[in-house]
Ligand binder design. Structure first.
Ligand SMILES: Cc1cc2nc3c(=O)[nH]c(=O)nc-3n(C[C@H](O)[C@H](O)[C@H](O)COP(=O)(O)OP(=O)(O)OC[C@H]3O[C@@H](n4cnc5c(N)ncnc54)[C@H](O)[C@@H]3O)c2cc1C
Length: 595
């Protein structure tokens, strides 16, 4: 049976072990302070942090262990890219940082998963997580001021707070090509890779997609397969990963200066341990630019993004200097000029997710690799043993879908919570992913989305982003509990102001002008706009300003008599609800009297 969140799927696709649903077996409802959906990097930290606050927490995940992204994405070549090791990690425990050794600068998937398993053991997380359990329905009960949760195992829960740590890159996108269900060979999606080894040896393989997962996996598959056909929808910019062993000195240095490193990450707009600078490409001479680009190309990693120029994503002219440099590099590496032509990206560089590669361009010099540019030679249909494009037939025994995700909003839409008045999120998010602070949604009280639309999300070092967002959420919960309040809810006015702020930042850049999964362009019918809040540093400042202003832009409800919070605190609610901060007093009709 297909896991709930996978969408349409080719008939030969098998879900990874452990995601099949057992029959329903219980109608009992368990009560918690908080339910967390998702046991990836974010859900794991949510559990740890909120439990440390003394709250009762239950986590559900459809996967059979912790790790989220790193549990699913086991495809060959899967690695961390930004910010690289040892900085893709939790920062909440200095001991944890000091006891975990990373082997490489771009850690492979199994290393990140091993780290997360260690975190789960060290902080005894699994005792409060139910695995192999999909949350199938969540509904806000207005009179009880609680969320009720129904799961695929039949277990039900109720909690005052709901944290959706469902992943910005977890809803796999399985496009419905004509005849794909007829294909009789093995089919895999990179984001749902099997746990058992997959052998490409002696097989004719096709990979569709040349985003991060495609570009990471293609060189590895080509080394083993009899023949690899790369079906390219969009030519991409990709930069050398520069992956190498992490030296003991680097690890020692990072540990010794961990306090300063953390401070640097907090001060950086992307949460990276990098200095900010004021260089612009347009102020540099062509020779200076060439020298800088060349040196960054040689070093590899995200340095091309972090240590080049500040005007690359805001000025077309500056952008072209970098784009031309990368296009020249591709032509230098790829020997066949016709193939190099097909690999030439024509969008603004850095306005799709920057990709780090390990031998991707060189792969096209191999005799066993064919590149098909689907823009000029589109897929007509799949047959039981081939993929037919306009100009010919490519026999294959295996199909790898590196087709990415319904990103940022997709996993929330698949969850489709039902809020106040029975309104579904799918209805509220029909035209735009309305949100306030990238964390909350009007009509969905006490619900928090981690790495959702309107937050820096995928534009930030994501473990650090999760810690910071969840730190803020923990403070909100404390605020409510201390005052015996029943609910906090964003107003539609604050959503629309936040939307304008998010748009204004994005519109000062080139990002909205390129079709990408950041703008929803990879999913048919999805609202097409750039939904991330681009400046991480400003974002976290805004979160703390809002809190300091008494949670400006939110309304609060006192706890209802039979509702949320602890009974002993309920009587204080009626007193405290009269002092809820300036924003609430100004804007909230709901605080005037408890229902
Ligand atoms: C291949 C790849 C490489 C990446 N590399 C980097 C990197 O280098 N740096 C970086 O910062 N980020 C990177 N990312 C982004 C990565 O997703 C985040 O870093 C981080 O792991 C996200 O953690 P999360 O807990 O927020 O979400 P996820 O890890 O996606 O976890 C979400 C969990 O929610 C569960 N879930 C969803 N819906 C339901 C439901 N209805 N019921 C039950 N469970 C549900 C899923 O099963 C999943 O386990 C990468 C992503 C991918 C795919």
């Amino acid at each position: 049976m297909q896991p709930k969140d996978q969408g349409p799927s080719p008939s030969s696709f098998l879900p990874p072990a452990g995601t099949e649903r057992p029959p329903r077996r219980s109608e009992e409802v368990e009560n918690f302070d908080v339910v967390v959906i998702g046991a990836g990097v974010s859900g794991m930290y949510a559990l740890h942090h909120l439990r440390e606050m003394g709250l009762s927490v239950r986590v559900y995940d459809g996967a059979s262990d912790v790790g989220g992204t790193w549990w699913y994405n086991r495809y060959p070549g899967a690695r961390v890219d930004g910010p690289g090791s040892p900085f893709y990690c939790y920062t909440f425990s200095d001991e944890l940082m000091k006891e975990w050794d990373w082997a490489e600068t771009q850690s492979e998937q199994s290393a990140v998963l091993a780290y997360l398993e260690h975190v789960a053991d060290r902080f005894d997380l699994r005792r409060d997580i139910e695995f192999e359990t999909w949350v199938e329905a969540v509904r806000y009960d207005e009179s009880a001021q609680r969320w009720t949760v129904e799961t695929s195992t039949g277990k039900r829960a109720s909690a005052q707070f709901l944290i959706c740590a469902v992943g910005a890159l977890s809803a796999a996108n399985l496009p419905d090509f004509p005849g794909i269900g007829d294909f009789a060979g093995e089919t895999y999606h990179t984001g749902r890779w099997p746990h058992e080894p997959v052998s490409f040896a002696g097989k004719r393989v096709a990979v569709i997609g040349t985003g991060s997962s495609g570009i990471q996996s293609i060189p590895e598959i080509a080394k083993e397969a009899a023949h690899l056909t790369v079906l390219q929808r969009t030519a991409q910019f990709a930069f050398p990963a520069g992956n190498r062993p992490l030296t003991p000195e680097e690890t020692k240095e990072a540990r010794a200066s961990w306090g300063a490193v953390k401070a640097k990450m907090l001060a950086n707009p992307g949460g990276f341990p990098a200095d900010t600078h004021t260089r612009t490409a347009l102020a540099a001479t062509p020779e200076e630019r060439e020298a800088l680009y060349e040196s960054l190309w040689q070093i590899g990693s995200f340095k091309f993004l972090l240590d080049s120029y500040n005007d690359i994503v805001v000025s077309e002219e500056a952008n072209k200097t970098m784009a031309d440099f990368v296009r020249r590099k591709i032509r230098e590496i790829v020997r066949d000029p016709g193939t190099a032509d097909k690999l030439m990206p024509d969008h603004f560089v850095m306005t799709k997710r920057p990709i780090l590669e390990n031998g991707y361009w060189e792969t096209f010099n191999r005799d066993n690799v064919t590149l098909v540019d689907l823009r000029e030679d589109p897929i007509e249909r799949f047959t039981p043993n081939s993929v037919r494009t306009r100009t010919g037939e490519h026999p294959i025994e295996m199909l790898v879908l590196a087709t990415g995700f319904d990103a940022i909003s997709g996993s929330m839409l698949r969850l489709d919570p039902t809020g106040r008045g029975g309104v579904h999120l799918k209805e509220r998010w029909k035209d735009r992913f309305h949100n306030y602070l990238g964390l909350t949604i009007a009509g969905f009280p006490n619900l928090f989305v981690i790495h959702g639309p309107g937050s820096p999300g995928v534009f930030y070092n994501m473990p650090l982003g999760a810690e910071r967002q969840l730190g803020w959420v923990g403070d909100v919960i404390r605020h409510l509990r201390d005052r015996s309040l029943g609910a906090i809810e964003a107003t539609e006015d604050s959503e629309s102001a936040w939307g304008n702020e998010t748009d204004a930042i994005a519109n000062a850049t080139l990002f909205p002008r390129t079709d990408s999964w950041w703008t929803g362009a990879n999913i048919e019918g999805k609202p097409r706009y750039f939904s991330a809040y681009l400046l991480g540093t400003l974002y976290y400042q805004r979160l703390s300003d809002v809190a300091n202003a008494g949670y400006e832009g939110f309304v609060f409800e006192p706890a209802h008599s039979a509702g949320s919070g602890s009974a002993s605190r309920r009587s204080r609610a009626l007193d405290n609800c009269l002092d809820l901060g300036p924003a609430t007093r100004r804007r909230s009709p709901k605080t005037s009297s408890p229902e």
